[in-house]
Design a protein around this ligand. Sequence first.
Ligand SMILES: Cc1cc2nc3c(=O)[nH]c(=O)nc-3n(C[C@H](O)[C@H](O)[C@H](O)COP(=O)(O)O)c2cc1C
Length: 517
Amino acid sequence: MGEATSLGGSAAVDLEEFRLRRFVENLPEEELDERTENTDLANLPLIIDGNPRAVLFRSAGPDAQEVVASVCASRSRLARAFGVTPAGLFNEVQRRLRNQPQILEVPRAQAPCQQVVLQGADADLTRLPVHLQHGLDGAPYISSAIDYVLDPKSGLTNVGIRRLMLRGPREAGADLVAPSDLKAIYEASSRAGERLPVSFVVGAHPVDYVAAMMRLPVDELGVVAALRDKPLGVVKCVTNDIRVPADAEMVLEGYLDERGHVEPEGPYGEFLGYYGALKRNPVFHLTAITCRKDALFQTMSISGPALGRTDTAQLAALRAELTVWRALETAVREPVAVYAAASSGGLLNIRIAIRQRVPGEARNAIAATLGSLANAKHVFVVDPDIDITNDEQMDWALATRFQADRDLLIMEGLRAMPLDPSLNGSHNGAKAGFDCTWPFGSQDRLDISVPQAPRFDGKRFASIEEALKAGPKYFEELMAAIASRDGREVVRELDRLRSTSTLTRDQQGRYVLGAAS
Ligand SMILES: Cc1cc2nc3c(=O)[nH]c(=O)nc-3n(C[C@H](O)[C@H](O)[C@H](O)COP(=O)(O)O)c2cc1C
């Protein structure tokens, strides 16, 4: 996937279309909170945390640098990045993942991300507008860094997102504790006593962040290109052989040293909304900073009580949905929708709608989900009439369609996400499935029919009596039968029929006309 071919100096690839600044500056007011006053770096989180909008600081810190925050922290902005509505996002990502990627090599002189090249003492991480995100974080960290690494074994490019906690002008800890492809690649290099060259893109289009979250056994530069739905222009870095998107805002080039997980680092505010423990991480050494002349620095929201409004939760949710959907496609006959609630970090609580074709399929969906995604903890399955993106509808379904002794499926001792504080440090935990579907085949029951405003559809008759002679009717059907726009005359007619005929009600509450008394 993703053979690089030469651009040959032509303008076959648009190096502005997927520029972060362009995306941000085109956001409408309801999506962008623009601040023109100078803001201390220390104050950025107070404005960013819980803000439903992306925030563009035109003047942050003493050097009046531009910083943008929380660009990917809502489903609506992610959808906008893909040119679709939130409801259409999932299908659009699925469609693009099937694309044949096109990657074009951009000569250095034409690569916007290398308009400025800083090396030696000029390359200084502490001159970037990196702010302290949470009160107990170990130090300020770069939260928006997309890592590009060449796997020495396979030659493929691995792409992910990793936080870089500053240690000095040219050193940062790279948070590499969670299981990931990069962790495996790095640990193999470390065992062989070798440094691992890496380039971090800081400031990229939301589509690139969605791509970076994928864990696929392919050259992941191709995933970036496929998800863009356009050719991807790449450029070779200045101090290593890695290729990165040429239209990035900024690139931090360097290497992870061979010493392994040696340096104490953290704590970090983590993506389940709590702090993680102090950890040991490898050290990133900076060899160059390259950037656009007017590079826009990007920061991402990670943790805190408004978890659903963080970049991490929103990006994790989309990835979880794609993973679960693949499993559902083989596990049940008719999956309808999947939704990972961002308020649960985008991973722990998964909602699924299916149209059950066979009894028991809701339980199959639960088992498939928990089997496909180690992080998933609670799975809620509903019938297709429930809008699974709507918290109120989900609460209603759980309250009215679920019996704990009949519909709760609990599995114990499964691999869990250690950052979940309710595990008290264990790596294994309990998972639960909530089958909120109706018992199979019960769709015709009145007591589970959902009241709707009357629509007065149905056949017309000369009179109420004629209508009832044709068969049992609900009151709404009787109004429709005589085209009533009032209903009180129907009450009077039923009263008359009650005194002259045997007017009764059937089990469903419909009016039934018997023989005249
Ligand atoms: C904003 C953000 C920050 C992240 N930070 C880290 C991190 O510091 N360490 C980590 O291991 N994963 C982090 N992740 C998750 C990984 O980037 C993600 O799991 C990715 O798919 C891993 O890619 P890989 O398995 O191809 O290496 C972060 C995700 C987001 C959205």
